[in-house]
Design a protein around this ligand. Structure first.
Ligand code: SF4
Length: 85
């Protein structure tokens, strides 16, 4: 599944540069994750890099974007082939 940043984000900016897919950006009040680009770091790392660094543990699985490891791997391959997709 893709990941979701909850409203208790403190806008520390730490997660943004850690995302290997450049899926994280400043949003309206809190940082946001582009679900179409989020692979939970699958294809790059063994664990989700944003979750690893977030100081307030406000990044969680997106409840409406449940995706299997295989689907995340396919998303990773698509993004590598066409980063703008
Ligand atoms: Fe928000 Fe956590 Fe990212 Fe900091 S690391 S900007 S608190 S989601």
């Amino acid at each position: 599944m893709a990941l979701l940043i909850k409203d208790d984000c403190i806008n520390c900016t730490v997660c943004e540069p850690e995302c290997p897919n450049s899926a994280i950006s400043a949003g309206d009040g809190v940082f946001v994750i582009d679900s179409d680009k989020c692979t939970e770091s699958v294809g790059h790392f063994e664990s989700s890099q944003c979750i690893d660094v977030c100081p307030v543990d406000c990044i969680v699985p997106h409840p409406s974007r449940v995706e299997s490891p295989e689907t995340l791997q396919e998303k990773y391959r698509r993004l590598v082939a066409d980063p703008s997709s």
